[in-house]
Write a protein that binds this ligand. Structure first.
Ligand SMILES: N[C@@H](CCC(=O)N[C@@H](CS)C(=O)NCC(=O)O)C(=O)O
Length: 201
């Protein structure tokens, strides 16, 4: 199989961490590409009509996207239990919260890195940051038990979201007011799967 991806993408990192945690690296070739909303890479477009990454090309040539579909598929393939039956809805909601933080964080990156300076909206950026902070607070208030339980896909999503905040939005200091979450992340980021997929700023 081939994973169409970019190393800095937090959505791709979710899949890459899962692949390592479930020992599937031998079965998946990671294909590094560059793509952007204004300049879609043809490899990304061929794999996904919306040209987003990650996409997974399966052995029969069919493709899967987005990250949540790919992680469900690879988890089922490995029978890894990262979506445990006992806590399925809580784990899915936690994964969705991590993904929501990524959506807002990537949106800020596009606003600041891709748009002409005179078109950049400070109001848009601030509104996205409010969502990110609300996501961090909600996780810290409601989900520490799930973060501290056995490995699940919610943890991986949250860790990849926080890693992306460190990579692209470090100057905004997400840790302020989120000490519990920051303490949890300082341990999780030392997993071999996280170190192996870490991108330096
Ligand atoms: N919901 C999607 C989001 C994927 C996404 O937005 N990926 C970004 C990279 S971080 C992308 O492909 N951007 C290029 C584009 O939007 O054309 C998922 O979970 O896979």
């Amino acid at each position: 199989m081939q994973l169409i991806m970019a190393a800095a993408s937090p959505f791709a990192r979710k899949v890459r961490v899962l692949i390592r945690e479930t020992n599937q690296l031998k079965d998946v070739e990671e294909v590094h590409i560059e793509t952007s909303p204004f300049n879609a890479n043809p490899i990304a477009s061929a794999a996904n009509p919306t040209a987003r990454i990650p996409s997974l090309i399966r052995p029969d040539g069919s493709t899967l996207y987005d990250s949540r579909v790919i992680t469900r598929y690879l988890d089922a393939r490995a029978r890894a239990g990262l979506y445990p039956d006992s806590d399925l809805w809580d784990v899915l909601a936690l994964e969705a919260t991590g993904d929501g933080i990524m959506d807002s964080a990537v949106s800020i990156s596009y606003e600041t890195r891709l748009r002409a300076v005179e078109m950049v909206s400070a109001d848009w950026i601030n509104a996205q940051w409010v969502k990110i902070m609300a996501g961090c607070t909600a996780i810290q208030d409601r989900s520490m038990a799930h973060l501290n339980s056995s490995l699940n896909m919610g943890q991986i999503s949250v860790a990849c979201a926080l890693g992306y905040l460190d990579l692209r939005h470090d100057a905004r200091h997400w840790r302020q007011g989120h000490k519990l979450l920051a303490d949890w992340f300082s341990g999780f980021k030392d997993r071999a799967s996280m170190i192996d997929t870490h991108v330096k700023g």
